[in-house]
Ligand binder design. Sequence first.
Ligand code: CTP
Ligand code: ZN
Length: 152
Amino acid sequence: MEEPKQLSVSAIENGTVIDHIPAKNLFKVIQILGLDRFDNQITFGTNLESKKLGKKAIIKIAGKFFEDADINRIALVAPDAKLNIIRDYEVVEKKVVEVPDFITGIAKCMNPKCITNYEQVKTRFRVVSKKNVALKCHYCEKITTQENLQII
Ligand code: CTP
Ligand code: ZN
């Protein structure tokens, strides 16, 4: 089958296009990046066809270029995300996201007795496995895996 040639969401002049987000995690990505607090022009499309993901989502943020450390925070919910850096309507760089070694906030510790679940303490984890994500809690040392990963 031939690829559709038109863009599902308008092209941008400058900024970042985050492609290949699993559609079900679009709003988690928006939340992790704090896009609801941005003044930039942002467009997104969701439930777009993707051979790899089934349904994918895409976010285009005009005039914004992220630091790697900030963008890598989305790797937990969008491990296959592709970043396209756009300048003067051209894709000048493509990047992939990488699961960071340490994660603060974002994820909930799966241990109900963990201090982070009953006091105002921000979660902190060391990433012990990146492929099938496994997070070791800095406080209780219990492992939270992909299957019971909950985004705060
Ligand atoms: N894009 C955009 N504005 C531009 C240029 C590109 O919004 N001025 C978007 C495209 O819509 C696409 C992404 O940036 O979603 C990547 O563009 P491009 O590399 O041209 O597309 P593909 O070759 O389809 O990318 P890939 O196969 O690497 O996902
Ligand atoms: Zn814990």
